[in-house]
Design a protein around this ligand. Structure first.
Ligand code: ZN
Length: 128
């Protein structure tokens, strides 16, 4: 299990070492966020915080959350009506010692060619 936090440690996420999938998405939101997603089933993640994360609904399928204090984008969750229920953890919340093991679990081809990224299928076509 891994524990990832935002910079100020207000938001904590406990998750299994291996995600269902990894995605570096080029949709209109993720491109701006520069997020690197570990995708999980919602029941695999334990989310805790002192101050509730701020949500932003992009399109009808996903809500992106960031910390109210430090501003870090920590995760997104599928809306109830989304075709697939996902909890996506922004692996960029990892600290330096955690990062190598996270990347080791990745399908390396995801990280080297935009054309090989499982982008639109993983994240959906989010319109804002
Ligand atoms: Zn924070």
């Amino acid at each position: 299990m891994l524990e990832l936090t935002c910079h100020c440690q207000n938001i904590q996420m406990v998750l299994p070492d291996k995600p269902l999938r990894l995605s570096e998405c080029d949709c209109s939101m993720c491109r701006r966020y520069a997020a690197f997603w570990g995708l999980y089933a919602p029941d695999q993640i334990t989310l805790s915080y002192h101050f509730a994360p701020q949500g932003y609904a992009a399109g009808k399928d996903r809500v992106f959350y960031h910390c109210m204090r430090c501003g870090c984008l920590t995760h997104f969750e599928s809306s109830e009506t989304a075709p697939e229920q996902l909890f996506a953890v922004n692996y960029r919340m990892a600290n330096v010692s955690q990062w190598p093991s996270l990347i080791k679990s990745a399908d390396v081809s995801f990280r080297h060619s935009l054309s090989q990224l499982s982008t639109r299928e993983d994240i959906g076509d989010i319109r804002v």
